[in-house]
Design a binder for this molecule. Structure first.
Ligand code: SAH
Ligand code: SF4
Ligand code: F3S
Length: 374
């Protein structure tokens, strides 16, 4: 019996697909290279922008023929998109051949749903879930090992669906993280450890008497072996001096920070609920440049947030010019149902968003050339 996993979205999802692979292999399934050969196909979905969801609907729809040929084929859709029960229901209604639809918190029970599928379609969306320390995983990213340090997000940026589909912040116990990294490094197969969380800088805030993110980094660096540590994502409001100091002082930590700014304009930042200003952001960049002169810095930006004017967009352009990022991601704002920003008046026309994103991407190309030269 063979499995095939299709992954959308962020590194968190890539790592979660490694857990899906772990669960399936434990059940006796083997990995295969083409979906046509598979007995079970899993779509691990993302809800961050509409485009991501459209692709899932398209690709799941394309399986109709394969299912007609092979009645025993099991099709699973899970992840952030199906965590929204309305979308889950729509998927079940649109595609009668989909067998299992579950959310982000149901993963530990995946094996049970697969066993039960003979009795009928499985649909379950749990509201919250604890971190399961017992899930097996199969690392699939070369010499890089993803290590989850926390799940969820408490920030509720007004445009973002993540807090609704991933729940509140929950940190893993430091001892479990350190044990996982130690065992991973000891295999000798992994030279890179990438710590994952929606907002890694608030690591530990939910554990009384636990380590802070800076302390966790220090402990990780004490682990013996030849490896480098990086992490994502940092939120500017929580990137404290002690974290910058640890990055500067520890050889094992990559000199790289992904620090999404989202906008260079204070009114838009406020409407986004980002809790920092352009000035505060630039202050942090200054500190990083002073303490870690060779640090690579990258960022995410959203253009066309509701009511964003041309001048306000130009503030984003000027911030990007000023910081001279090594690279940036630029996204057109995509309204997500249930978020605050999706209900705001003055949604921006698609062609304006297109123009702005192209302008920002042209700037990104220029920066990229300069960074490559460096
Ligand atoms: N936790 C990370 C981001 C996760 S989402 C952080 O806070 O930085 C990755 C990126 O997708 C975000 O940085 C943002 O730029 C973009 N994004 C999130 N919601 C979006 C939306 N509704 N429309 C367009 N881009 C969005
Ligand atoms: Fe979304 Fe903001 Fe949380 Fe990042 S910090 S996941 S953008 S709500
Ligand atoms: Fe997408 Fe979920 Fe990641 S919405 S970006 S897969 S946390």
């Amino acid at each position: 019996m063979k499995y095939f996993i299709v992954t959308y979205g962020c590194q968190m999802n890539v790592h979660e697909s490694e857990k899906i692979a772990g669960i399936l292999e434990k059940m006796g399934y083997e990995c295969c290279q083409a979906r046509e050969e598979a007995d079970i196909i899993v779509f691990n979905t993302c809800a961050i922008r509409e485009g991501a969801e459209d692709r899932v609907f398209g690709n799941v729809g394309n399986l109709k023929k394969q299912k007609r040929k092979n009645k025993d084929l099991i099709i699973v859709v899970c992840g952030c998109m199906t965590q929204k029960s309305q979308t889950a229901q729509k998927l079940l209604n649109t595609f009668p051949f989909v067998d299992i639809v579950i959310g982000t918190f149901n993963l530990p029970k995946l094996g049970l749903y697969i066993e039960a599928v003979k009795k009928g379609r499985q649909l379950e969306i749990l509201e919250e879930g604890d971190i399961d320390e017992t899930l097996p995983y199969k690392r699939t990213s070369g010499d890089n090992a993803w290590v989850n340090i926390m799940q969820g997000c408490n920030n509720f940026c007004t445009y973002c669906i993540v807090p609704y589909v991933r729940g509140r912040e929950k940190s893993r116990k430091a001892e479990n993280i350190l044990k996982e990294i130690k065992e991973t490094v000891e295999t000798g197969k992994y030279k890179k450890i990438t710590l994952l969380g929606q907002n890694v800088n608030s690591y530990g805030k939910d554990i009384e008497g636990g380590l802070s993110f800076a302390q966790l980094l220090k402990e990780i660096c004490k682990i013996e072996g030849d490896f480098k540590v990086s992490f994502m994502t940092s939120h500017p409001k929580d990137l404290t001096d002690d974290v910058i100091d640890v990055i500067a002082g520890e050889d094992k930590i990559e000199k790289y920070i992904h620090l999404p700014a989202q906008s260079g304009n204070n009114r838009i930042l406020k409407m986004m609920n980002r809790s920092y200003t352009r000035e505060k952001y630039l202050e942090i960049i200054d500190k990083i440049r002073k303490k870690i002169p060779d640090c690579r810095i990258t960022s995410d930006f959203i253009v066309g947030f509701p009511s964003e004017t041309e001048e306000e967009f130009e503030d984003t352009m000027s911030l990007v010019e000023k910081v001279k990022y090594d690279s940036i991601f630029a996204f057109m704002y995509s309204p997500r149902e249930g978020t605050v920003a999706s209900k705001m008046e003055e949604q921006i026309d698609q062609d304006v968003k297109n123009k702005r994103v192209n302008k920002l991407l042209a700037l990104e190309k220029k920066l990229q050339r300069e960074s490559d030269k460096k």
